[in-house]
Write a protein that binds this ligand. Structure first.
Ligand SMILES: [Zn+2]
Ligand SMILES: [Zn+2]
Length: 170
């Protein structure tokens, strides 16, 4: 089933992160029956079902004058900004998306992580060194929990391969 769904450059694991509902619904945008949809969009309209095709082709963003991502780091390419905000689903977080960038492009979003996932991947040092408030105490870093609070959101640069992390909490 997933084979027929659109792919998203900045969201390679989209279909495994609990963001997409695999249920029958009627897309608020195209009006067609769908069995895979998202429920969240930043718009003043009431929406609860947008099929992935209407996300990826920009139709939902146009029709509801909305975006799927709350916030992101700055990059210069307007097409890429449009692709992320208006044609890429958001991700699940406590405080809303804060999409990280690197090499003047958005990173791909890998998923939520805690300290054990980071240690397993052997990248804790790399990502904590990079994190904005690098004055992070080791206690704080150790307290990161996948889908807990504080929670880590892991990204990887599509160009240089560097891992970066964003952290938020309830
Ligand atoms: Zn649709
Ligand atoms: Zn990079």
């Amino acid at each position: 089933m997933i084979d027929n769904l659109p792919k998203f450059k900045y969201h390679p694991n989209l279909y495994n992160l609990g963001i997409v509902k695999f249920k029958n619904g009627i897309c608020n945008c195209c009006g067609k029956i769908t069995n895979a949809y998202i429920q969240n969009m930043y718009t003043s309209e009431e929406i609860d079902c947008i099929c992935l095709k209407c996300v990826s082709n920009g139709e939902a963003s146009k029709k509801f004058d909305g975006e799927f991502v709350q916030d992101a780091e700055k990059i210069s390419d307007k097409d890429k900004i449009d692709e992320l905000f208006r044609r890429t689903p958001g991700y699940i977080s406590w405080q809303g998306e804060h999409w990280l960038a690197c090499c003047d492009d958005y990173c791909e979003y890998i998923g939520t992580v805690g300290i054990s996932e980071l240690n397993e991947m052997n990248i804790s040092e790399e990502v904590f060194k990079e994190f904005d408030n690098s004055g992070l105490s080791s206690d704080f870093c150790e307290s990161l929990k996948k889908d807990g609070s504080p929670c880590g959101y892991l990204f990887r640069c599509l160009h240089c391969g560097k891992y970066r992390i964003w952290i938020d909490a309830v």
